[in-house]
Design a protein around this ligand. Structure first.
Ligand SMILES: [Zn+2]
Length: 571
């Protein structure tokens, strides 16, 4: 941790110079009067001279600059999706004070944005930022891609109680703003543990109460992770009961769905049903189509979302711009085998009959699901028990262990890794056409699904460093999948309306001053799967709550981010 006092951006020297000039002018004025009188110049002239000397000093002391910060001459993309226009943005305190042709207004600081785009700061709707933000409260990987707000608590997983988690973030002082959902899996685990059975009415009542408290503490809604345990053990009806509580308090629902491969259509239907019966907005999060035989199904999933919207269900999507996903290696293990957690799984793996059944499930998943038919598609990102495995794929590790390469042996190797505690892995099993199709859908917003990586450690998915810059570089500038204005809308006003963060996500007077200045000609992600620890480029200024955290392409050491609270807390 860096001491707080070193992180404060002191402006003392600048302030001192100003004070010095003021005092000099004030002292010089009486002398001017005296000299003028003595030399016989008319009193009027002496007064004029004295006033001229005093004037700048008095102005400096009594008249404030009109604004604290002005960003001038940029192309304004306001977040609505409307076309860019030239204009100036003026900020006072933490708020956008004015937009338009503002010269000759005065400001304490000016940023010349000629040739650059000025837009609202980006809101990342799906992050695991709590992984790492305690060690890097600047969340540099996010700041460098223009993200000024991170949303946490996705995939059914969040700390409980929400209040303590948010208090810790508030005390930490992060550079970006930080909000959270409450995780359905975490709630169920707290009440029932990791068991595979239906909840009793008493347990459901308890879970509803925890949901209610989480909303009161400031959650933006509830998330589900139905591919993970204990989400996978949860029937839809039980989720609906919690969704009703969150919905009645203004919350939303987002889902890492039960299946993103062969049964993805059923999963989208379930996500829509939770919104429809729970009476709340519902979102397919990090939407993707996994497994070669399922490629192309994004046409159908989007059709389902469209049909739901047409009958009045508020259903939307978020996605990241990559054709690989990332998750624990446990995602390849059948969920029944994970009941009770890691310890119980290890016991099953030590029992030959059980292990054979588990292995059959892993082989199937390598063939048709996240393995994409080839163990080389599974690349280790991080392994707590053996850091040297990072960057190696499952084929390589299988061979390194002296095994002949086939699916069966790859599954055996995967079980070895899981037995030792499991790893984080990257799965190359998606198709570019589905990715583009999903990004193009008008109600798809952008979410990285990233974290705050330890810079240089392991081989994490590049999405943590590159998501937003990649959309602007690859999918706007290079492939013309989206217009620049539309891409910005999906990073700003679409998510702010979704999460009901009504004071951000647009450039409008009166809204909070989260503003980014970037070069549309050079903005790009640098992080690759081979070399992920590279910050994005093209963002020259990033302002959070009126304070620059990146100024002229340099970090300022400011951490002006705030905890954002959901609708039930802020009311
Ligand atoms: Zn997920």
């Amino acid at each position: 941790m860096i001491p707080r006092r070193l992180l404060r951006n002191s402006r003392k020297t600048e302030h001192g110079a100003k004070q010095f000039l003021i005092s000099l002018a004030v002292r010089a004025a009486p002398f001017a009067l005296l000299i003028a009188s003595l030399s016989g110049i008319a009193c009027v002239s002496a007064l004029v001279l004295a006033t001229a000397l005093l004037r700048p000093a008095l102005l400096g002391q009594t008249q404030q600059q009109q604004y604290d910060l002005m960003i001038t001459g940029g192309k304004i993309i306001d977040g609505t999706g409307g076309s860019w226009y030239f204009g100036d943005v003026a900020i006072k305190g933490d708020t956008i004070a004015a937009i338009g042709k503002l010269d000759p207004a005065t400001a304490a600081r000016r940023i010349d944005a000629s040739g650059l785009v000025v837009s609202p700061g980006f809101i990342d709707v799906h992050t695991h930022a709590r992984r790492g933000i305690m060690d890097d409260p600047f969340a540099k990987n996010y700041i460098w891609q223009g993200v000024t707000t991170v949303m946490e608590g996705p995939d059914g997983s969040s700390p409980l109680p929400i209040k303590d988690a948010l208090d810790r973030i508030a005390a930490l002082h992060t550079a970006p703003n930080y909000g959270t959902l409450v995780g359905q899996g975490s709630i169920r685990q707290q009440v029932m543990g990791l068991v595979n059975r239906n909840a009793t009415p008493e347990e459901i009542a308890k879970m509803r109460q925890i949901t209610r408290q989480a909303m009161l503490d400031g959650a933006f809604g509830i998330s589900t992770g139905l591919i993970y345990i204990p989400g996978n053990f949860t029937p839809t009806e039980e989720i609906v009961e919690l969704a009703k509580v969150a919905g009645a308090m203004g919350g939303i629902h987002t889902s890492h769905m039960r299946d993103e491969a062969f049964h993805v259509l059923d999963s989208v239907k379930e996500t829509i049903r939770i919104g429809e019966e729970g009476g709340l907005p519902t979102q397919v999060t990090h939407h993707k189509i996994i497994g070669t035989r399922n490629w192309g199904m994004s046409k159908e999933t989007i059709r389902l979302v469209e049909e739901a919207r047409a009958r009045g269900v508020d259903a939307t999507i978020d996605a990241y711009p990559y054709t690989a996903s990332s998750s624990s290696t446990a995602i390849l293990i059948p969920t029944w085998a994970q009941e009770g957690g890691q310890k119980a799984l290890v016991e099953r793996l030590d029992a030959p009959v059980q292990k054979a059944k588990i292995k059959a499930g892993v082989i199937e998943n390598l063939k048709t699901d996240r393995g994409g038919g080839d163990p080389a598609n599974v690349v280790i990102a991080n392994c707590g028990f053996d850091p040297k495995l990072a960057g190696k794929n499952l084929s390589e590790i299988t061979k390194l262990r002296g095994r002949e390469l086939n699916l069966e042996n790859a599954a055996e190797t995967l079980l070895d890794l899981q037995h030792a505690g499991g790893c984080q892995a990257i799965y190359h099993a998606m198709d570019e056409q589905d990715t583009e199709n999903i990004l193009r859908y008008p109600f798809t917003m952008i979410g990285s699904d990233g974290e705050v990586p330890h810079f240089g450690v392991g081989a994490p998915h590049p999405r943590s460093y590159g998501t937003f810059a990649r959309v602007l570089g690859r999918y706007v500038r290079e492939r013309h999948t989206l217009t620049l204005e539309d891409a910005v809308r999906r990073m700003t006003s679409l998510p702010s309306a979704r999460f009901r963060v009504y004071d951000r996500g647009l450039l409008r007077p009166g809204l909070k001053a989260d503003v980014v200045v970037f070069d549309p000609a050079t903005v790009a992600d640098k992080a690759t799967f081979e070399n992920p620890h590279q910050y994005a480029v093209g963002f020259r200024d990033v302002i959070v709550n009126g304070k620059p955290v990146i100024e002229n392409a340099k970090l300022t050491n400011e951490r002006p981010g705030r905890v954002l609270y959901g609708p039930a807390k802020t009311k």
